[in-house]
Design a protein around this ligand. Structure first.
Ligand SMILES: *[C@@H]1O[C@H](CO)[C@@H](O)[C@H](O)[C@H]1NC(C)=O
Ligand SMILES: *[C@@H]1O[C@H](CO)[C@@H](O)[C@H](O)[C@H]1NC(C)=O
Ligand SMILES: *[C@@H]1O[C@H](CO)[C@@H](O)[C@H](O)[C@H]1NC(C)=O
Length: 407
């Protein structure tokens, strides 16, 4: 990057708001840090789709520019090649979007106007990327449900409390004193983009136990361990492996159930497995926090080569990287060993940003390609002693980028 570009880049970063949570469950960070979800579902009327989005704390999608319309929104919805309802209505005087903004860009198929007479009309995005008006959306069905989540919060933890771990990732947690089954507790956590407590080290385990005990909870709390039926092994509710094990001797016991709790009465805060539907308990939700108080430098790192144990970041992590292209070379210190990298966290706009992992110092043998949001570690082993990471963000707006570690 030449100096002038660097200056612009830095000026641009300074304008970005502080970043908070990522998208809610089932939503993908898609475009400019905005969260969308799409699925194929035949013959959805307007009101049916409106209700689906509304129940998920979302609204029908908003399109603000030609690029979004022609490239990014279309690439989201046209995975199945069918139309979807737009979050556009006529309020009697003017067109307004579901997020409250006025219509500034349109791609109407004809010269539609907004007046008292057209307040009941509805609009959908067609296969040809044009927007069509229908007299009433309740007799007309389209085959895609597309919802856009309401704004992400700008606070680090929302209604959760922040636990500073002293490690790269802080943790947001919330103790819920109301007793409920494991299954309902996990759903409650999911509504706030969290899971039942995911615990990868004894310090956090101890912290959660003390938090429960200080609230007078001695009969145990639900934690996020559940049997994964695909593999028939216990995993954390966010899909990560149980790499720190604090089960009581003899547990998990396959006869006792597929979910789990922490015994808060014992100092060790040990775990036992229980039924998912039949043991009401208080619970603790957790999710990763990203505090932008100490960001990485802007621009690609000057470091030329990484080796075992090194941390690797996108520009400005965990602040928005902006448009940027960087290459990272990872070499195993023991050249007879296969190189291994763990992508601890990534958040990119699925429309426009990718992290590609290649095997070896040259060549195009791809080990994986990543975009969107993934808050838990992904482990990649090369066939050789080297890995190349290629970061290409053409947007990089309102997302945090990636954090990886060479193992
Ligand atoms: C639109 O409706 C409002 C309230 O019903 C009425 O006062 C106004 O005259 C109407 N305007 C037109 C152009 O029909
Ligand atoms: C269960 O394990 C499979 C295979 O490892 C994985 O793809 C899936 O995401 C896991 N499910 C959950 C709920 O973690
Ligand atoms: C980055 O990605 C964009 C969009 O996919 C592509 O056009 C461009 O060639 C890529 N640049 C590099 C250096 O890989």
């Amino acid at each position: 990057m030449d100096d002038q570009k660097t200056m612009k880049f830095i000026a641009f970063l300074a304008l970005l708001p502080a970043l908070g949570l990522s998208c809610q469950i089932n939503y993908d960070v898609w475009l400019d840090g905005r969260c969308f979800r799409q699925n194929y579902q035949t013959s959805n009327t307007y009101s049916n789709t409106f209700d689906i989005c509304n129940k998920e704390n979302a609204h029908l999608p908003v399109i603000k520019s030609r690029d979004d319309n022609d490239q990014f929104i279309s690439s989201l919805a046209h995975q199945f090649g069918y139309a979807f309802w737009l979050g556009l209505i006529c309020d009697g005087k003017k067109f307004v979007w579901a997020d409250g903004s006025e219509l500034t860009y349109n791609n109407f198929a004809a010269d539609y106007t907004c007046s008292n007479a057209t307040v009941d009309r509805r609009y959908f995005y067609g296969n040809d990327q044009l927007w069509y008006e229908v007299l009433t959306g309740n007799y007309y069905g389209v085959n895609n449900v597309v919802c856009e989540a309401k704004e992400r919060s700008a606070s680090t933890c929302d209604s959760f409390d922040l636990l500073q771990t002293g490690q790269a990732t802080d943790i947001c947690y919330k103790l819920q004193q109301k007793t409920t089954t494991w299954q309902d507790a996990e759903s409650t956590c999911n509504k706030e983009a969290a899971h039942l407590a995911v615990i990868h080290d004894p310090k956090l385990n101890d912290f959660i136990r003390r938090t429960a005990v200080s609230a007078g909870i001695l009969g145990g709390v639900h934690i996020g361990i559940q049997n994964n039926f695909t593999t028939n092994t216990y995993k954390w509710a966010d899909g990560s492996e149980i790499d720190y094990d604090n089960f009581k001797p003899g547990f998990p016991n396959p006869k006792l159930g597929d979910c789990s709790m922490m015994d808060t009465n014992s100092v060790a805060g040990q775990w036992v497995n229980i039924g998912c539907q039949n043991t009401p308990l208080p619970f603790v939700c957790t999710k990763p926090a990203f505090v932008a108080s100490n960001p990485q430098p802007a621009g690609c790192p000057s470091k030329k080569q990484y080796t075992n144990g090194d941390e690797i970041f996108s520009p400005s992590f965990p602040q928005a990287p902006g448009a940027s292209v960087c290459d990272y070379l990872l070499m195993a210190s023991d050249t007879t060993k296969k190189a291994q990298v763990e992508i601890l966290f990534h958040e990119m706009n699925s429309c426009c940003d990718t992290l590609t992992v290649y095997d070896g110092t040259v060549g195009s043998n791809m080990l994986g390609s990543f975009t969107g949001y993934h808050p838990t570690p992904i482990n990649i082993i090369a066939n050789s002693n080297a890995i190349r990471l290629h970061w290409n963000a053409t947007s990089g707006v309102h997302v945090r980028g990636f954090h990886a570690r060479m193992l």
